[in-house]
Design a protein around this ligand. Structure first.
Ligand SMILES: Cc1cc2nc3c(=O)[nH]c(=O)nc-3n(C[C@H](O)[C@H](O)[C@H](O)COP(=O)(O)O)c2cc1C
Length: 352
């Protein structure tokens, strides 16, 4: 029976354990125009030294005018490669696998970044939104592929496409947002053509060994769609799925009795039963016991532990050595890292 510290071979790459540090934008860490700063490098080095097997660098913009915030990290230019080399090397030096999350916000593009929010379809509730033309779609597909090539050049072992949380890839995938009637919309297969073109392009240009991950919005718009999307992604050549939410609170599946986790983790476990590629589950897993149960019972291949590793970057090593963990205090209404990591009370307690 696997444990949290069983090795996993991901496309021949040995992953030392089943613990993932999921992508977490560090608000206000990045420099101008998405440049990596010393603070970014130190953060990832600290988390990697803390023992997680896979570290996914935060949502990084493939398109300057598609950022979720002005301070988001960027990979839209060759000039970003030098900074990304620093993060990838810091993570690899600690023996973790390093993936870069590549991202375009689409409808959720920040107004300080662009006057427009380009999306599969215009949104009646968003006056800045407009429908992407087929030529613009081709440009953004190329931007995702170039971003993956740059990540590879920087030393990342792979990328994770950000297809969750209501951002551009999720908007294409979900019939809630995608109202197109051309080759990029109208059926699930057509809704997924945008993602599929990117996946095929990355595979052709980065080679068969490069890991292509995809963070999937499970309710896009329903879990049944999420399952179908996962199967299409596997067929297109995705190597690992990371199941999160689809940015809306509609059509949430009910978790069955005896499965003591939220619907997002449940969705990941359900999707795992329908695909033959590894699945990362995430969201509010919190404790080592709860993480272990998911792995032992084959509900997941990996568990992503976000806020607990922000509160205690040595979370994985502490679990391994049966040492005390500096617990996340589950701040309400939301995690302080969305504003400024220096306000995180658990981190302040640890670093005092
Ligand atoms: C401050 C902050 C920033 C986040 N940034 C990202 C991101 O860049 N990309 C992403 O896919 N999810 C992002 N997330 C979501 C996390 O990856 C994770 O799914 C979420 O925190 C739930 O897991 P947890 O309960 O283990 O923290 C972010 C979460 C937080 C708290």
């Amino acid at each position: 029976m696997p444990t949290l510290f069983s090795e996993y071979l991901l496309k021949g790459l040995p992953v030392k354990n089943r613990i993932v540090f999921p992508p977490v934008v560090c608000f206000h860490y990045a420099g101008e125009d998405g440049a990596v700063t010393d603070r970014n490098v130190e953060h990832y080095h600290q988390i990697a030294a803390g023992g997680a097997g896979i570290i996914v660098t935060e949502a990084t913009a493939v398109w300057k005018d598609g950022r979720l915030a002005p301070f988001q990290l960027g990979i839209w230019s060759d000039e970003h490669i030098a900074g990304m080399i620093r993060i990838a090397s810091a993570v690899k030096a600690e023996g973790a696998i390093s993936l870069l999350q590549i991202h375009h916000a689409g409808l959720l593009t920040n107004e300080q970044v662009s006057a427009y929010a380009k999306a599969p379809s215009a949104d009646a509730n968003n006056p800045r939104s407009s429908m992407l033309t087929v030529n613009e779609i081709a440009e953004i597909i190329e931007a995702f592929i170039k971003a993956a090539e740059r990540a590879q050049e920087a030393g990342y072992q792979g990328v994770e496409m950000h297809g969750a949380h209501g951002y551009l890839l999720n908007q294409f995938a979900s019939s809630l947002f995608n109202k197109r009637e051309d080759e990029y919309g109208g059926s699930l297969e057509k809704n997924m053509k945008f993602a599929t073109d990117i996946i095929l392009g990355i595979r052709a240009r980065c080679g068969s060994d490069f890991v292509i991950g995809y963070r999937l919005g499970a309710n896009s718009p329903s879990l049944e769609d999420g399952i179908s999307i996962a199967k299409l992604l596997q067929r297109a050549g995705v190597d690992i799925l990371h199941v999160s939410h689809g940015g809306s609170l509609q059509n949430l599946p009910r978790t069955p009795k005896g499965f003591d986790y939220n619907w997002i983790v449940y969705s990941g476990a359900m999707i795992k039963t329908h695909v033959g590629i590894p699945v990362i589950v995430v969201n509010d897993i919190k404790t080592p016991d709860r993480a272990l149960w998911l792995i032992e019972n084959n509900h997941a291949d990996f568990v992503a532990i976000g806020k607990p590793q922000l509160a205690d970057p040595e979370w994985a090593n502490h679990v391994k050595n049966s040492e005390e963990i500096n617990l996340c205090l589950s701040c309400k209404p939301t995690c302080k890292w969305y504003e400024d990591s220096r306000l995180c009370p658990a981190r302040r307690r640890r670093d005092a």
